[in-house]
Design a protein around this ligand. Structure first.
Ligand code: CTP
Ligand code: MG
Length: 580
């Protein structure tokens, strides 16, 4: 029923859980015995003026209360610890699960929703784990116990609390039925708020630059209102049902007082007993209110737990073979054979019939207008996405047959959109290989033409980068990103437009240094500038997902119109002589 997968987490803490259950049981028994003792104090002690008796039982009541308080405190400490650890475990597993999902899966869930699931949804489940002890133990024991105790006091009058129980159960189940779908909607509304907020924060510079704050504000207001409205709806359900339960029980109390009053008058019952009865009724009420509150928590947790389970049950759309082969120890010959690819939500091919070969140590350049599919093409190599048709082979082995970790370990990618992490420059470069020495870090930084600017900072390699590397320029970030890819010493290196923000002279320096450093590395280089690609061993010209030209610079100038057009538009007619 959706919560089953949580069992293993609770079982992990079963000892503490059982201890907490024992404490709460003792605490509840303490509560249950109090009204009876009190009735004795009144009927036997006060009425007869027996001060000794009053003091003795009063002392007993005090002792029970003190013990109960002690039990309650211990139970609370234990159950907080259990529920917090439970939540942390769940969050961690969920985090690991998300990491195992393919990009396609993640696109489908959307990251904002994954964040809500990781935070708010886990919290809901955790709160319930904390409250669950009270529902499973305290509420039933208190409720049933109070009814039994009133039977012992006076069987006929006990019919009143007994009669109330079915009525209240009906009210509570109606409440749950109505509010469950509302809670699911609340979580979804929360997803939307998170999505808008994330997008706004990620694009805050653009929003400011375009002065679109009003637009963003409206967008935010809309989802925020949505969240408010649906939450209010949920609150209203609770607001109606909780007092209804109280009202029902209060009617019972009035009945007890009335029937009891008549009986006291006729001498059939003692005042202390009536008082005890009212106390037990209050306990029944307390147990029912507790139950409603925690059941509400329960369905909220259930709605959340469904959302968490959905992630756990999603199988990565990336199929990994049962017994994958290791990454070939060859030299990194890369082959695409009749590759077709599209994103799952896209009906048209993003790549069509792509075939080419890059020999070990060679450099393949890819050029083509924006949106022509260059990034999509290289994303297929580390299997961020899988081909729809055709195959990609490295040293004659289909990449789908390889161990995925191995594959990614041997491929380095400098993504088009640079992503650096909070930490020092050194940390960021060492991300590619955490065992790298400082000397190695410096070496790759020099190749990426990053060493000089890094040294110009006061802290050098220990300069701290803010989130996403905000305190660096675009070109500086790109160079760190290149260094990070190089330190991995990959078999295949992919540079996706990774010098776009670097000036031409620096770019040429990087290119020359790379050429020496990458003698044995198969390199794929995407660029918009013709000067960046013209001295590659082979150039692919992509146009709307298709290869329209393949060959070296001279060959393409001869026989590829698109290439010639790009060349002339960037370099003029004499551009050809620019070759380095
Ligand atoms: N696309 C998509 N879903 C994505 C990424 C891209 O549907 N998650 C589509 C784009 O709409 C585009 C096509 O795939 O039409 C190719 O995108 P891409 O490979 O990113 O193009 P590039 O050639 O890399 O473009 P650019 O030079 O601008 O980087
Ligand atoms: Mg791109």
């Amino acid at each position: 029923m959706g919560l089953g997968y949580l069992k293993k987490y609770l079982l992990r803490y079963r000892r503490q859980y059982i201890a907490a259950l024992i404490f709460i049981t003792l605490e509840t028994f303490g509560d249950l015995i109090q009204p009876t003792i009190m009735s004795k104090v009144i009927d036997n002690g006060v009425k007869r003026g027996d001060m000794d008796y009053v003091l003795k039982l009063g002392g007993l009541m005090f002792l029970i209360t003190a013990l109960g308080a002690g039990f309650a405190i211990t139970r609370n400490i234990i159950s907080s610890k259990v529920s917090q650890s439970f939540g942390a475990d769940l969050r961690e597993d969920l985090y690991i699960k998300i990491q195992s999902l393919s990009l396609e899966n993640i696109d489908e869930f959307q990251d904002a929703s994954l964040i809500t699931r990781l935070t708010n949804d886990v919290n809901q489940v955790q709160n319930f784990a904390h409250g669950s002890m009270r529902i499973f133990v305290k509420a039933p024991i208190l409720g049933i116990g109070a009814v039994i105790m009133s039977f012992i006091l006076n069987p006929t009058m006990a019919l009143i609390p007994l009669g109330l129980v079915p009525i209240v159960i009906v009210i509570i189940s109606m409440n749950l039925k109505i509010s469950y779908p509302i809670f699911t909607r609340i979580q979804r509304a929360l997803d939307k708020v998170n999505a808008v907020m994330r997008e706004y924060l990620a694009g805050i510079r653009v929003v400011k630059a375009f002065n679109r704050f009003d637009y963003e504000k409206d967008r935010f207001r809309k989802v925020n209102e949505g969240l408010k409205n649906i939450t209010l709806k949920g609150m209203r359900v609770i607001a109606v049902f909780n007092p209804t339960v109280s009202l029902t029980v209060s009617i019972g109390i009035v009945l007890v007082l009335w029937v009891g009053g008549v009986r006291v008058n006729t001498g059939n019952m003692e005042v202390g007993k009536i008082m005890a009865f009212v106390n037990y009724m209050t306990q029944v009420l307390h147990s029912l209110v507790l139950m409603t509150r925690i059941l509400n928590m329960f369905i909220r947790a259930k709605a959340s737990s469904e959302r968490i389970r959905e992630v756990f049950e999603t199988e990565s759309s990336m199929k990994v073979k049962e017994s994958p082969t290791a990454f070939p120890n060859g030299q990194g010959r890369l082959e695409f054979e009749n590759v077709y690819f599209k994103y799952h939500n896209n009906s048209r091919w993003v790549l069509e019939d792509i075939s080419f070969t890059v020999n070990p140590g060679e450099t393949l350049a890819i050029i083509g207008s924006t949106g022509s599919g260059k990034t999509s093409l290289v994303n297929l190599i580390p299997r961020f996405y899988d081909v729809v048709e055709g195959s990609i082979r490295i040293d004659n082995i289909d990449i789908r047959h390889m161990n995925l970790d191995d594959l990614r370990e041997r491929i380095s990618i400098v993504p088009q959109k640079v992503l650096l992490f909070t930490g020092t420059i050194k940390d960021n470069i060492k991300w590619g290989d955490k065992n790298a020495t400082d000397k190695e870090v410096e070496e790759v930084a020099k190749i990426a033409e990053a060493h000089d600017f890094i040294m110009s900072f006061n802290e050098g390699y220990n300069t701290y980068l803010g989130q996403g590397g905000v305190n660096l320029s675009g070109g500086q970030k790109q160079r760190i990103s290149i260094a990070r890819a190089l330190i991995k010493k990959p078999s295949i290196l992919i540079l996706d437009d990774s010098t776009s923000a670097v000036d031409l002279i620096t770019e040429r320096k990087i290119r020359n240094k790379l050429k020496d450093y990458l003698k044995n590395t198969t390199t794929i280089l995407i660029a918009q500038r013709i000067t960046s690609v013209m001295d590659a061993d082979k150039i692919l010209v992509l146009d709307r997902g298709k290869i329209v030209g393949q060959g070296n610079h001279e060959e393409l100038m001869e026989n590829c119109q698109v290439y010639r057009d790009i060349c002339i538009s960037q370099l003029g007619k004499e551009g050809v002589s620019f070759g380095s």
